[in-house]
Ligand binder design. Structure first.
Ligand code: G3P
Ligand code: CA
Length: 330
């Protein structure tokens, strides 16, 4: 059974205004009465408030559970996110693992013997040189994360992407009953090619082949700071939505020119966002999803600037303002 998706909802809203804008609702209904009736039926069937705003759970819900782990993704779903955000790395045996760093971070991981890892030596624990069996022996949850004191420590290892998808889809079927999107970051940089990860084409093909076994591409967004990766997907897999991650202070037009095409999403560091940027990107038909927004006042300010969503470590915070789905966890 298919549950409604964020993509479906956005298509339904593509007449160019907010669903709850009552003054324009009548004219939209005349044009799109069928899809709206479906949306109403779905809403009634599941009793969920369906926002148009896309709240994305960063590394699942890093503020609440160990980052990029299955408990964090389940927590994100239980707080009503419309997208889960995650990062990918690759092992020596070409397994795709969900992890922010291509090594064992001293900040969050313990060795298989339960010993801490020193910051100066963390890159020696290079995941691209390990098999997945070796990766799975590290505990990247018991230690907690000093930067996120509300995070619940859990003994957990870095998961395979396919296991994350299985757990998320099972939770959707059994609890949340709303298909979320996956915003998947390919962690790549020119310096890391062949050392910490495969070069863009090989890395991308591995990811596409895995995703294609488990999910429809309409639920996928591929994001990267490495524009080589985005350019490869644009050329090889044009059906997949792409998000350009940006942390530099160059103009939007300079970044888009360097990219060479219009992505579906422009995803800047949240402090770079202003109203002119949002208007400029919207005129080009590009959605704006900044990262990583954890302060409630920033969430409200960015929403007022007209962004299309944001990525947050704390999906419980926007939930308070009804920016997320009305999920009631069991
Ligand atoms: O993908 C958005 C955000 O996650 C980028 O920052 O370093 O947490 O992957 P990072
Ligand atoms: Ca990321």
């Amino acid at each position: 059974m298919e549950y409604p998706t964020i993509s479906m909802r956005l298509q339904q809203l593509s007449c160019g205004f907010h669903l709850w804008d009552v003054t324009l609702l009548y004219s939209c209904m005349v044009k799109f009465v069928g899809p709206l009736l479906i949306l109403c039926a779905v809403t009634a069937a599941y009793g969920q408030y369906i926002p148009r705003f896309d709240v994305q759970g960063h590394r699942g819900a890093r503020g609440l559970k160990p980052e990029n782990t299955i408990p964090a993704f389940i927590a994100a779903l239980d707080n009503g996110v419309t997208t889960i955000e995650l990062d990918l790395v690759v092992t020596r045996d070409r397994q795709i693992v969900v992890s922010h760093e291509p090594w064992m971070s001293a900040a969050i991981c313990l060795t298989p013997d339960g010993n801490p890892i020193s910051k100066s030596r963390e890159k020696e624990y290079n995941i691209f040189e390990m098999t997945y069996a070796e990766v799975a022996a590290f505990d990247c949850g018991s230690k907690g994360n000093a930067a996120f004191p509300e995070q619940q420590p859990i003994r957990v290892s870095k998961p395979l992407l396919r296991d994350v998808i299985a757990a998320v889809e099972d939770h959707i079927r059994s609890v949340s009953r709303y298909e979320v999107d996956y915003n998947i970051e390919i962690k790549s940089s020119p310096d890391g090619d062949g050392k910490y990860h495969p070069p863009p084409a090989e890395f991308s093909d591995l990811v596409y082949e895995l995703l294609n076994q488990y999910l429809p591409m309409r639920r996928i967004v591929i994001q990267s700071f490495d524009f080589r990766v985005l350019q490869y997907w644009h050329q090889k897999y044009p059906e997949v939505r792409l998000s350009a991650l940006v942390e530099n202070t160059r103009s939007v037009s300079a970044n888009l020119e360097r990219l060479g095409f219009s992505p579906s999403i422009y995803s800047p560091y949240y402090k770079l966002v202003n109203r002119d940027m949002v208007r400029y990107l919207h005129r080009k038909g590009i959605r704006v999803i900044p990262w990583t927004v954890n302060d409630e006042s920033d969430m409200l300010s960015l929403k007022a600037l007209g962004v299309d969503g944001f990525i947050t470590d704390y999906p419980n915070r926007p939930r308070k303002y009804k920016m997320t789905l009305g999920i009631t966890p069991k």
